[in-house]
Design a protein around this ligand. Structure first.
Ligand code: SAM
Length: 188
């Protein structure tokens, strides 16, 4: 079974370290999925290792909604985004563990990045339903879990929940040392 322990806020600094780019390059991971003008949902962004790249890729006409249950993570994102000059397109939202509170986004999201966060959720099924509700038909979800924390069988179980919520797997490149799935919101 996957753990549901929440990553401590101070680990957010480590996760956002530039050294991580050596094995997980945000540009390389995100460029195939994100274009200018998109609305992107990023649940569990930590201190923004991926958020800044998402903000650069969506450009001035797009937006990134970063949703976390820890305000210190969101403060870290705002600080980093301001320094990088992209704060104007980054919205941070404080969520509750059982709900992201994104019903206002219904059918508006073009792309969701759920990176190393689903195993921390108390109810992954409810999470995928919220993402599906927020997504446009055909919108993609890049779902990644670290192999160190999430066994392949647990990842498969999470993947089934995503499919039950209305996502279908599409071809995508696997990532080293990670369970990876690229999914698409079904059209009906
Ligand atoms: C291991 S960190 C990953 C951070 C980031 N995605 C990355 O890869 O650098 C997991 C993040 O998910 C957040 N999180 C945990 N439970 C959550 C929930 N119910 N809703 C939103 N975020 C949550 C944690 O606070 C933390 O920022």
């Amino acid at each position: 079974m996957a753990e549901h322990r929440v990553c401590p806020w101070w680990l957010g600094y480590l996760l956002a370290s530039p050294i991580r780019r050596l094995w997980q390059d945000p540009g390389k991971i995100l460029r195939p999925h994100v274009r200018e003008g998109m609305t992107v949902l990023e649940p569990g962004p930590g201190m923004g290792f991926f958020t800044l790249e998402l903000a650069r890729l969506v450009g001035g006409s797009g937006r990134v909604i970063a949703v976390d249950i820890q305000s210190r993570m969101l403060e870290g994102i705002r600080r980093r985004a301001a320094k990088a000059g992209v704060l104007d397109r980054v919205e941070t939202r404080l969520a509750k563990p059982e709900s992201m509170g994104v019903s206002d986004l219904a059918g508006r999201v073009d792309f969701t990045l759920a990176f190393a966060m689903v195993h921390e959720l108390p109810d992954a099924a409810a999470f995928f339903r919220e993402v599906a509700q927020a997504s446009k038909p055909g919108a993609r979800l890049l779902f990644v879990e670290p192999q160190g924390h999430v066994a392949p069988s647990a990842f498969e179980a999470e993947l089934h929940l995503a499919q039950a919520a209305g996502f279908a797997p599409v071809d995508g490149s696997p990532m080293r040392r990670s369970n990876t799935a690229l999914l698409e919101k079904m059209k009906s």
